[in-house]
Unconditional design. Structure first.
Length: 184
């Protein structure tokens, strides 16, 4: 995968489809290892890839998950949700809750944001989060929240999110992933 000076206009954002799941899985693995690996140790990375980070098929089915592509390459992904689930892929069963949020009183949740490390700092994350926030506003939500990994805090702060509190995510194997709840 190469980012050889692709202009922003060469990056396409579209809704993710079920058949994109294998490419999204590869992206998540590369992103967590390459970008998350700067903030978490090897044991935390392996555990999080097994128990926490992965494709959320509900978001894809809801039409609230987007991918960034350059030609056939999936170089970024992210979404928003009106579900109660705060984070995690299908395998994160401890936090899965398909109940719906009420846009009159709840925030939309920005979720599952990943960029391939070779494509980092090319505005892909910004393009995806802008798409997500716009779609959530169209659905009636006026505020957003998320749980950021340590590697995402700086990015989300630049997007106007404010830190609320530290979150320790206890995985089923006893590993703790440090994160931060943020709002906008």
């Amino acid at each position: 995968m190469s980012s050889a000076k692709i202009p922003v206009e060469g990056i396409q954002i579209r809704r993710a489809l079920a058949e994109d799941a294998p490419d999204i899985c590869s992206l998540i693995d590369a992103s967590i290892r390459g970008i998350g690996g700067r903030y978490y140790d090897a044991q935390e990375i392996e555990s999080s890839l097994t128990h926490l980070f992965g494709v959320d098929s509900t978001m894809i089915a809801d039409g609230t998950y987007f991918i960034a592509t350059v030609g056939p390459l999936v170089v970024g992904a992210g979404g928003w949700s009106n579900r109660m689930t705060p984070f995690g892929g299908d395998q994160a069963t401890d936090v899965r809750n398909t109940g719906l949020r009420d846009p009159q009183k709840d925030s939309a949740v920005i979720r599952a944001m990943y960029v391939h490390p070779e494509w980092a700092r090319m505005k892909i994350g910004q393009m995806i989060i802008t798409t997500c926030e716009y779609a959530a506003r169209k659905a009636g939500f006026t505020s957003h929240e998320l749980v950021a990994t340590l590697s995402g805090i700086e990015f989300y702060t630049k997007q106007g999110y404010t830190r609320q509190e530290k979150v320790d995510i206890l995985l089923s194997d006893g590993i703790i992933i440090e994160a931060c709840r943020m709002t906008k």
